[in-house]
Each structure stands twice: as C-alpha cells, then as structure tokens.
Design a protein around this ligand. Structure first.
Ligand SMILES: Cc1ncc(COP(=O)(O)O)c(CNc2co[nH]c2=O)c1O
Length: 411
C-alpha cells in the first residue's frame, strides 16, 4: 500500500487527544476532516474577497463572482462534465436529489411510471422519490441486495426483470455508506439507457475516493457533498446533462434565477442560475475548489487504493473476532473504504461509546439505511470508515479497542 501518512500533517483536527488517547478518526463516511489548504482558502476569501456575487460592479463583488464561477469550472473538470452550466451548487447530496425529484420528477412522472431504486439506498436517495411518487402517482421498485450479509451486492440477475420500459428513472448509489459495496455504475447506466430510463448516481461516498467521469459513466444526473471530500459542510453539487437542466422547471424562486419579473409573470435564466435562487454559498464553493485541488494533487486512484487496502486490513482483522457479523463484500476489490459490523452480544451504541474512550471515532446506528437494516435483520451496525490520513496502525488501535470491549462485555 502506498503510504499517505504524510498527509496527516495537513489536517489540524487530527492533531488532538480524546481523553488520554490520540484521536483515531474512523468516521469519514459521515464527514471527512479538512486540510489546511481548504481552511486557508475559506479564511482568505473572508479576509479579502467577501462580497455578494453576480450583480455587483465593484472590485470585491467581481472578485467573489470570479471565485464562485472558477469553482464551478473546476467542479466540471473534476468530474469531466462537458459544460460548467451542468454544475449546480446545492447544500449537498440530499438537496441535489430533492432538486431532481421536485423539478424533473414533478414535470415528467405520472401514474404508471416507475422509479427504480436499490435496497441499499441512503434515505436521501429514497425518501425524495417516495415523496414525488406519492405526488405524481408513479411507483417505486427496488433492485434487491443478495446474500445474508449483502456480501454479493446488487442482484444484477433481477435487474432485467425490474428495468422495464415503465422505468423512467433509475437512481442508485455508487458506494453504499453501510455495506461499502462499489456498484458497477457504467453497467447500470448502460442497462437503464437500453429501456429509455434516465439515471441519477448518488456519489456521496465515491466522489472524494474514486476517479469519476460523468461522460464515461454516461449518467444523466450525479449528486455529491463537499464535506465528504475534504470540503466544507453546506456545499454540494448536482451534475445534470445540459439539455435536461434547461428543460426542467425551476425548483426555488428568488433573486439571481430570473430574466424578468412582473407582478403576475416571471421568466427564468437557463442552468445553472435557474437552480441557484438567492445568495449562494460562495465561501463553500471556494473551499470545495481548494478541496478538489488538494485531492487531485494526491491523485484519486491512489486514494482509492489506500482506502481499499485499509478496508481489507480492517475486514481481515475483524473476521478474527468472536461473535461478529461483517456486512458487505468478501472480495476486497468490490469494497470501498468502510466496513460495517455487528456483534451478537454488544450493541453498536455501546461499541461506539467504549471505543470513544480509547480515542477511536466510529459511527453506530442504522446509517440512514433503515429498510436495508430490517432486510438484514439488524437494528444497527458499527461502521469504521477510512480516508487518506488513516494508517494501518490506526486499524490496529481499532482492533485493540474492540478486544477490550468484547472482554468487558464478557464475549
Ligand atoms: C450514500 C449517501 N447518500 C447521501 C448522503 C447524504 O449526504 P448529505 O446530504 O451530505 O448529508 C449520504 C450521507 N451519509 C452519511 C452521513 O452521516 N453518516 C453517513 O453515512 C450518503 O452516505
């Protein structure tokens, strides 16, 4: 494994103790830590360029507009979008999915239409589709996961029976935030296209970890959050094909998204402004730009390999523990940088609480995957999730803490 341990010095938040122990931050699937370069970019913006964007004619407003639109161009380059106008800044993955559901969905779905999801979707890529299905009369279908621990990922044999001409949109996660399953995005998009369905890829867990090329994937929409890829909270992205975005109705009204407003009628700008009503998160976009530069200086293929190696080390060590159930792929090549597990005798919340006393930060619960948990016969799991700055020694610290926990609970 190529060591990325040298990056640790870039992340101020990692340089602290929790109680008597050095912090071992293994909750990256929830949010990543932020490098100094991102923190400084945001500070510099507020120290010298802060102003409102797009309609000011003074120096600071023009500098902040330039910074905001440069972030849009950088984002298009980061995912190889054809046109910066295909990049809509939102609050995050959740808002991006809601935008597609409430704009494209409301204008294009009707009774008899089907929205295809998968059983491993995060609530943010499930509840918005339930809501728009109820509003339009469309119905939902789910691609099942296979294996008692979902170790086989999606049941792709079931896909052809589910992907019928009635399916108008197939929305699915690239990497499951609970299972770690890496779905075959390009294949899923190609199979959806064959029946005339559009695709939305939830890239929340993959954007900062894997190379992503929306034109190679040939997806129609893609959503992600800045905070999971070294960027600040509050900024996210919806990528959409230009033709689709220009045909969709606005989803919020306000300043910046109009060409002309009369008392009883308004005309709207094309994408991206059409979907960015009000004052945008300028500093968030500036921070996201710095995060993209930071990640590309390391290289996402290297990051993916690092994640995968730590996940393989963690999974192998966890498998040695008594009374444990590990979710997701047994094949490391199909697993992203996270491992979820459950002990027969110790609740996830107890595991996380005790691990915290050793400085180890984990996540315990349903991970916004309640339907998946029920299907697997679980109420919760513990999840360890990794990123560039984590090391093999931190995996060892995790395992040592788990041994202590199991001993305390008499397992
Ligand atoms: C696959 C997936 N989709 C969508 C979201 C929503 O992203 P947001 O809009 O930035 O909140 C998350 C966040 N997942 C998690 C957030 O905290 N723990 C998690 O696993 C996610 O993992």
């Amino acid at each position: 494994m190529t060591s990325l341990a040298h990056t640790r010095a870039d992340f101020p938040a990692l340089n602290q103790n929790v109680g008597a122990h050095p912090l071992v931050y293994l909750d990256n699937a929830a949010t990543s830590q932020k490098p100094r370069a991102v923190i400084d970019a945001i500070s510099r913006y507020y120290e010298r360029d802060n102003s409102n964007v797009h309609r000011g004619l003074h120096a600071l407003s023009m500098r902040s507009t330039d910074g905001y639109e440069a972030a849009r161009k950088r984002t298009a380059q980061f995912i190889n979008a054809a046109d910066p106008a295909e990049i809509i800044f939102t609050r995050g993955t959740t808002e991006s999915v809601n935008l597609v559901a409430q704009s494209w969905g409301a204008a294009n779905l009707r009774a008899g239409d089907v929205i295809l999801l998968t059983e491993m979707e995060h609530h943010s890529n499930l509840v918005p589709w339930q809501q728009i299905a109820q509003r339009t009369g469309a119905t939902l279908r789910y691609v099942p996961v296979a294996g008692e621990n979902a170790q086989h990922g999606l049941d792709l044999d079931a896909l052809d029976k589910l992907l019928t001409p009635e399916v108008k949109l197939f929305a699915f996660t690239h990497i499951s935030n609970t299972l770690g399953v890496i779905n075959p995005v390009a294949e899923l998009c190609a199979r959806a296209k064959k029946v005339g369905a559009l695709t939305l890829v939830d890239a929340a867990q993959s954007i900062g970890h894997e190379p992503l090329d929306v034109r190679a994937l040939d997806c129609d929409f893609l959503a992600f959050s800045g905070h999971k890829m070294c960027g600040p909270t509050g900024i996210g992205v919806l990528y959409g094909r230009r033709a689709l975005l220009d045909a969709m109705p606005p989803w919020q009204g306000g300043g910046g998204m109009i060409t002309s407003v009369e008392y009883f009628n308004t005309t709207y700008k094309p994408s991206p402004e059409r979907y960015e009503a009000g004052t945008p998160d300028v500093s968030g976009a500036i921070g996201l730009h710095a995060a993209m530069d930071y990640l590309d200086a390391i290289g996402r293929p290297l990051i993916a390999g690092h994640d995968n190696s730590l996940a393989a080390q963690a999974r192998a060590a966890l498998a040695e523990l008594p009374g444990i159930r590990i979710l997701g792929p047994e094949q490391n090549s199909k697993r992203g940088g996270l491992v979820s597990f459950a002990f027969n005798e110790v609740h996830a919340h107890d595991v996380v609480t005790f691990a915290d006393q050793d400085g180890v930060a984990l996540r315990g619960g349903h991970h916004c995957n309640q339907p998946l948990m029920r299907k697997l016969g679980l109420s919760s799991t513990t999840r360890a999730s990794f990123y560039i700055y984590n090391t093999p020694e931190e995996i060892d610290a995790l395992i040592k803490s788990l041994h202590k926990i199991l001993k305390f609970f008499g397992s």
